[in-house]
Design a protein around this ligand. Structure first.
Ligand code: NPQ
Ligand code: MG
Length: 369
């Protein structure tokens, strides 16, 4: 397709409850949406960067800036492009995977909508619905935490992930395990520990966790390999896995036995599929991470999570886990699962009135402008 223009739209959605991790607390989501305008219709992308650079160095104002100044000029210069050309066209810009991934997602959506193929079909989905887990923020009060977890289990979530940090780890994990018994249960540290904490983290071994996610800093592949010698709970990497190539290195180094796949973190759904394929070839199970996406990103994630090596429940929660009102038809949990959309492209679209109400700014970029 040849791009007629690209709309960069910022929206603001309040969260149903504050979300606290070792990185900080979020009260609302400031999201950059990308709409590519093509001759055969539009396509939507969602940038998963947060408002501030706490999860990775990307943040939403920076992503919008690099898209406007550096990425779109390269795409426009290509003339005719397909989704598979987006990565190669943007290779000259270092980093910024979330910004690049949002553009690729939008071009892919436009292409698939025009030809009547769903994201799931295109990516290679083998399931019509996916098992869902939920990510639970850090709670100061244990009784409060147990009430939150009880509520999610009541809604049907098939796996609980608890955010941990030094000072909020062994005791809340013990409390959840004792109270709820034999549930699928895992933890996520968002890089809050160091190797000096290895023996402390080994105290989690008695709780039969599915995995401990990203205990050490993003760059510390070797540290995770060393930690894996001391801790029996399988280590899963999130922040560290920035590409299929890095996944290959981490697996070879023995740094992880499980991988969290997030398309934005690796530069888009095409690279995410390559991470999936690489892990599958190495006998490493994967699951789909979450970045508090709106219905657009959620739709793409659910399609991705339907690939064969996504054998663990993902952070693909229902819209209502985060938002009282989503911008698309909400994803609703049915028996602990979400249905993979079957319509063309993402299979969901923003509801114009809702989109207008939550929009804080819109800019349109055009070739040659
Ligand atoms: C993760 N997501 O797997 C993330 C990243 C994340 C669903 O757990 C405030 C501070 C909000 C840090 C939301 C889930 C955040 C945050 C998501 C990190 O690591
Ligand atoms: Mg994580």
């Amino acid at each position: 397709m040849k791009l007629d223009g690209v709309e960069l739209r910022r929206i603001r959605l309040p969260l149903v409850a504050p979300f606290r991790t070792s990185l900080g607390t979020e009260l609302e989501r400031d999201v950059l949406l990308v709409r590519v305008l093509g001759p055969d219709g539009d396509g939507w992308g969602e940038c998963v960067a947060f408002g501030a650079p706490f999860y990775s160095y990307e943040y939403v104002d920076g992503a919008q800036d690099v898209i406007r100044r550096h990425l779109l000029p390269r795409l426009f210069a290509r003339g005719e492009i397909s989704a598979a050309d987006v990565g190669p066209a943007l290779r000259g810009v270092r980093g910024h995977p979330m910004a690049k991934g949002a553009l690729e997602m939008a071009v892919l959506d436009a292409e698939l909508r025009a030809e009547g193929t769903s994201f799931g079909e295109y990516l290679g989905a083998v399931r019509t619905e996916v098992d869902c887990g939920v990510s639970v923020g850090i709670h100061e009060d244990t009784a409060d935490l147990l009430r939150t977890v009880e509520g999610y289990l009541g809604e049907g979530y098939r796996r609980i992930k608890l955010k941990i940090e030094p000072g909020h780890d062994v005791e809340p994990v013990r409390a959840v395990r004792e109270r709820f018994g034999d549930i699928l249960f895992q933890v996520d540290a968002n890089a809050a520990y160091t190797l000096a904490d290895a023996h402390h983290l080994a105290r989690l071994d008695e709780f039969d966790l599915l995995l401990v996610e990203q205990p050490l800093p993003e760059e510390d592949i070797r540290g995770h390999s060393e930690l894996a010698q001391i801790v029996e709970t399988p280590i899963c990497l999130d922040e560290s896995i920035t590409s299929a190539r890095v996944a290959e290195e981490a697996i070879a180094a023995g740094a992880c036995r499980i991988v969290n796949v997030k398309a934005g973190r690796v530069g888009g759904y095409l690279e995410a599929r390559r991470v999936h394929d690489l892990c599958e070839a190495n006998g490493i199970p994967v699951w789909c991470g979450g970045m508090l996406e709106t219905g657009l990103g959620r739709a793409a994630n659910v399609a991705l999570a339907a690939l064969p090596n996504f054998t663990l429940p993902g952070d693909t929660s229902a819209s209502g886990r985060y938002y009282a009102e989503d911008i698309c038809e909400p994803f609703v949990l049915r028996d602990g699962r979400l249905a993979v959309p079957t319509g063309p492209g993402l299979g969901v679209s923003p509801i114009p009135e809702v989109l207008a109400r939550v929009t804080t700014s819109v800019e349109t970029c055009r070739p040659g402008a």
